[in-house]
Ligand binder design. Structure first.
Ligand code: NDP
Length: 292
């Protein structure tokens, strides 16, 4: 193996310490404790785990969390009413509506109901729209894409002119990552399920961000020697040697890629820890924006 392993856990821990220090500084100067409201609709087990881990992370850095749970059959009006209440609550600086929402709810309308000053997930159409426009800045950048960029900025003094390939064009990862890379002056190619000659396109990448959700899809011969790889994918593959019966892998075949790449994130322990750290950072930022 030749690649450097980018240690997301260590980078995430460092960011969390910075946020904890920022929270303490606010409290020492007599300002309010930052608060994050989480809204969970339904009983999706993965969403329950994500919300719990976000609340736990808040507690660890001194951010107050307010958990709101609505039943699976909550109406559009009920969810929007809750968001409106949270918008008006001065103890709540950030609002996170856990996605995906149960079918039947209009996700775009619910995300649009969040005050953009409290949109710590960065999915409000205005924040995403600003991300896509030259000369405009979003108030908040979505957390996983922000984590991807944070890692890349540690690897490269500048991304200017580099060829970046993003695998995936979802609203929550692929597209915002691509927009951020464009803003960093990389030359960006976005790939998706209809892309032709995918290995050839990937071979042009100085920077590869994989966010597809297909276990170990990217192989060694797809990778340009010396590329930097950020693997966002989290996939379960059966593994009888593990107590749980499965293990987690990324979208990139790690062992193969590590022989060719300059640097690579592992799964788990890569992008995941950065996602929550960025949410904490956005919540602290929301609190200071709301001081003014
Ligand atoms: P989505 O399913 O929403 O999007 C997947 C994207 O990959 C789509 O754009 C799809 O194309 C594209 N795609 C699917 N199959 C192929 C293929 N064979 N070749 C090329 N492109 C393909 O997933 P998400 O963006 O939500 O998540 C992607 C991965 O990242 C998942 O494994 C998820 O678990 C993980 N994730 C990790 C996070 C973290 O914190 N580390 C946070 C969020 C997600 P098309 O648009 O044409 O359908």
């Amino acid at each position: 193996m030749t690649a450097t392993i980018i240690d997301g856990k260590a980078i995430g821990d460092e960011l969390r310490r910075e946020v904890a220090a920022g929270v303490q500084q606010r409290l020492d100067s007599g300002k309010s404790r930052p608060g994050l409201a989480t809204v969970l609709v339904g009983e999706n087990p993965a969403s329950q785990v994500y919300v719990k881990s976000k609340q736990k992370a808040c507690a660890e850095v001194g951010i107050e969390s307010f958990g709101h749970e609505l039943p699976r059959d909550a109406s559009q009006a009920e969810v929007e009413r809750l968001v409106t209440q949270l918008n008006a609550d001065p103890a709540v600086n950030g609002i996170l509506v856990q996605l995906p929402l149960p079918s039947g709810l209009d996700e775009e309308k619910i995300l649009s109901a969040i005050s953009i000053e409290k949109d710590v997930d960065g999915f409000h159409p205005i924040n995403i729209g600003r991300l896509a426009q030259k000369g405009r800045d979003p108030l908040f950048v979505p957390c996983t894409p922000a984590g991807v960029m944070y890692m890349l900025e540690k690897e490269f003094p500048s991304l200017e002119g580099l060829n970046a390939v993003v695998l995936g064009r979802s609203n929550i990862v692929g597209m915002p990552v691509a927009l951020l890379l464009v803003r960093a002056n990389a030359t960006v190619t976005i790939c998706h399920s209809r892309t032709k000659n995918l290995p050839d396109v990937v071979r042009s990448a100085d920077v590869l961000v994989a966010a597809v959700g297909k276990a170990e899809m990217v192989r060694k011969d797809w990778i340009k020697p010396g590329a930097v790889i950020i693997d966002v994918g989290i996939n379960r593959v059966e593994d009888a040697t593990k107590p749980r019966g499965y293990r987690l892998v990324g979208d990139v075949c790690f062992d193969e890629a590590a022989e060719v790449a300059r640097a690579i994130t592992p799964v788990p322990g890569g992008v995941g820890p950065l996602t929550i750290a960025m949410l904490l950072r956005n919540t602290l930022r929301a609190a200071s924006l709301q001081d003014a």
